[in-house]
Write a protein that binds this ligand. Structure first.
Ligand SMILES: *Cc1c(COP(=O)(O)O)cnc(C)c1O
Length: 419
């Protein structure tokens, strides 16, 4: 977040004034810092450099092709969860040979396309998926590169909606059945077994769950060796948390040392970080439309809403909200920062101490990940503009949507059908 800072009481992104950005491009607007994104990616690359490792940025955190292009240029791999994300990576110039494909519900057409372009690996989540992969690979006379996502049944200590490596979750193959799944895969002619993977969840703020998972999966690797199955890579997934307020996030260097001490040398290490690369590289800029007080509460009604930034409504996520221009010596009040959407769950932050006036600008921090990528058009709200600041300049990397675009695929019924 060092790239978003105050100068004389006003907030800047890499030296560009957020007040001016709002004037030129309107609000709501996502503003990303190029150097933040690149620095975070390089922190991972350097922390894992002493070993054969591939950092596969998790596209669903933020899938804007301009940002994917920056990461591709640094040499990043990509973790995708759909055919749409695959096309984005290709459009951004990402190397198919560095793509891993996760997700519990891969469709046949998505698998076909991924085989055609030659991705690095499918992270397989069920035996049924193995069989489908084998059949499609056979049609194409190729071998599908496969890793089995094992569910280690480890509590990552995050919100239940973003814990994925627990037994009750839909993800991965159960630990107790993993050996059988590997044997099954090994028996299929058009499947090439390449690796082992897991993913514990998201916004994980301690290294312990990773340590526990890797230890558990290492046992599985030795069991596999014993029955004559060997793999080349060990994919520990993504999920490392970021610091959104006072709680601290794990240091990437410490995380890397802990992991590399546990992963045997002969395996290529793969990681799938999303949030920790891009989360703190973006803010959501929004303007106060109205202030409103009822007998219990003060509300600041802003022009961004849950359709722009869903995390507070969906997971009760706390994101810091700060004024773009600080008022000198003005009294603070407690506000709920809410959007115009017709849902009581439509808030960006609750009970925030702020000094506010109508038309003030606010910045919602940690909005780079799972912000725009989770946005929708609910209430027929066009999605926000996305801006990248880069060495003192801003670039529009996604234009604000128009209402015409929202209706583009719709048609009125012809007159004769109206009766
Ligand atoms: C979402 C996801 C990630 C990225 O998680 P972050 O919390 O953004 O780092 C990595 N791997 C898989 C399989 C995922 O579903």
């Amino acid at each position: 977040m060092e790239n978003f800072s105050y100068k004389n009481g006003a907030l800047f992104a890499e030296g560009v004034s957020l007040v001016e950005l709002a004037e030129r491009h309107g609000t709501p607007a996502f503003v990303y810092s190029r150097s933040s994104i690149e620095n975070q990616w390089r922190l991972y690359a350097e922390a894992f450099a002493r070993r054969n490792a591939l950092i596969c940025y998790s596209v669903k955190a933020n899938s804007n092709i301009a940002l994917l292009g920056l990461l591709a240029r640094l040499g990043s791999g990509f973790d995708i969860v759909s055919g749409g994300e695959l096309e984005r990576v290709i459009a951004a110039g990402g190397a198919p040979a560095k793509i891993v494909f996760s997700g519990v519900g891969k469709r046949s057409d998505e698998i076909r396309r991924a085989l055609e372009v030659g991705i690095k690996c499918f992270n397989v989540e069920s035996e049924a998926e193995l069989l489908r992969l084998n059949a499609i690979a056979k049609e194409q006379s190729v071998q599908a590169p496969v890793s089995i996502r094992v569910n280690p049944d480890i509590d990552p200590g995050t919100h239940p909606y973003i814990a994925t490596g627990l037994r009750q979750n839909k993800f991965g193959v159960e630990f107790d059945r993993a050996l059988a799944a590997y044997q099954r895969a090994d028996s299929l002619d058009n499947v090439a077994l390449l690796g082992l993977d897991c993913h514990l969840g998201s916004q994980i703020t301690s290294i312990e769950p990773y340590v526990d998972a890797v230890k558990k999966l290492r046992r599985l690797l030795s069991d596999l060796e014993e029955i004559g199955i060997s793999v080349q890579h060990f994919n520990i997934g993504g999920g490392l948390g970021i610091s959104c307020g006072d709680e601290a996030a794990p240091d990437i260097g410490t995380f890397a040392s802990a992991m590399l001490d546990l992963i045997p040398e002969q395996y290529e290490t793969i990681l799938e970080p999303g949030r920790s690369i891009i989360g703190n590289a973006g803010v959501l800029l929004t303007r106060v439309e109205y202030l409103k007080t009822n007998h219990e509460k003060n509300f600041a009604i802003v022009d961004a809403a849950m359709n722009d930034l869903l995390r507070p409504a969906l997971y009760q996520a706390w994101q810091n909200i700060l004024p773009v221009v600080k008022h000198e010596q003005a009294a603070e009040k407690q506000y709920d920062i809410v959007g115009p959407v017709c849902e009581s769950g439509d808030f960006l932050g609750l009970q925030r101490e702020l000094s506010l006036r109508q038309d003030d600008l606010l910045a919602v921090f940690s909005a780079g990940a799972y912000g725009f990528s989770m946005s929708s058009n609910y209430n027929s709200r066009p999605r926000a503009v996305e801006l990248l600041v880069d060495r003192g300049n801003e670039r529009v990397i996604r234009a604000r949507e128009s209402v015409e675009q929202l209706m583009a695929g719709e048609t009125l019924l012809p007159e004769e059908a109206m009766h």
